[in-house]
Design a protein around this ligand. Structure first.
Ligand code: FES
Length: 300
């Protein structure tokens, strides 16, 4: 049984319903589905996925047909300028993500190799056809191995993100914070949990030193660590939709998609780009794996 009458709305769609009201109805239905027992929740989520697949197929046919006709193609370009239409098409994987997302994805593919050789790369900006990156560790300097690692970064961005040129910006000076009343000095890179405490394909909450757990639906002091294989990303634990905790988010390791448990917003799991709304993204912290531990750069 999916739910009782007072758990799941039986309201039928009203013709002409405005978009906000429709979105609120989806939010409410997903919130209610979250209250169901596990088997019922799976049925509800399967139903949601089946409806989305059906819509994707319909949208694909629509887009293909429009592209076949020059007038249709023109109209399609106008439609994609509408943020709602754009978000819908990106959500269904019908239009390509923006250049920043593509560049992040390209770097995420080479990052494990760089890190295994003691190097790191941070994407600073993408202004097609140019990407700007900051290199660290073994990627910087003039040695033969640094040159090889830099070429790897450049090739990834050019071949996988469709960019033409990569510029390296100077490394930031090492930033330090001095705690009031403390004799210690610590860098912004903070040692997080061991990799074997961060399970693959899910979100692990980590509270950095000084952040206390609230244990409630809102816990923005925590860092949400998302691990897919050997790659880990770190985000402030606040969904970009309404700020709720990402602790129980679903992570689809194969598709690389993270789904917020509260109202179903979807994100690229390793970059934090929002698939459901083009103007939103998770608040990311640079993260790396070193010596079997996750390290997260905190602070501004
Ligand atoms: S989707 Fe609403 S808080 Fe995440």
């Amino acid at each position: 049984m999916i739910g009782t009458e007072n758990q799941v709305s039986t309201q039928t769609p009203t013709p002409g319903t405005d978009l906000d009201a429709a979105a609120r109805r989806v939010d409410t239905a997903v919130e209610r589905a979250e209250l169901l027992d596990a088997p019922s929740r799976r049925v509800a989520m399967d139903l949601k996925a089946a409806v989305e697949d059906f819509h994707r197929e319909g949208l694909l046919r629509l887009v293909r047909r429009l592209k076949e006709d020059p007038r249709g193609k023109e109209l399609l370009f106008e439609l994609v300028d509408d943020p709602v239409v754009y978000a819908l098409l990106v959500m269904h994987g019908i239009v390509r993500a923006d250049p920043m997302t593509l560049a992040q994805q390209a770097l995420n593919e080479v990052r494990p190799y760089l890190e295994s050789h003691g190097g790191g790369v941070e994407l600073v900006a993408v202004e097609p056809p140019v990407a700007r990156v900051r290199l660290s560790g073994a990627c910087s300097g003039c040695s033969q191995s640094a040159t090889t690692l830099r070429e790897l970064v450049e090739t990834a961005l050019i071949t996988r993100a469709g960019l033409e040129r990569v510029e390296v910006v100077p490394a930031e000076p090492e930033q330090v914070t001095i705690a009031r009343g403390s004799i210690g000095v610590r860098t912004q890179w903070t040692k997080g949990p061991a990799m074997d405490e961060v399970p693959d394909g899910r979100v692990t909450l980590w509270h950095p030193p000084g952040a206390s757990a609230t244990g409630g639906p809102v816990d923005p002091g925590a860092i949400a660590l998302v691990r897919i294989g050997e790659q880990v990303s770190a985000y402030r634990n606040a969904c970009a939709h309404a700020g709720f905790s990402l602790e129980r988010a679903l992570v689809d390791g194969e598709g690389g998609v993270l789904t917020c448990p509260w109202h179903g917003y979807k994100y690229q799991a390793l970059t934090g780009e929002c698939i459901s709304a083009a103007d939103k993204r998770l608040d990311a912290h640079p993260a790396r794996v070193d010596g079997g531990h996750v390290w997260v750069r905190l602070g501004a």
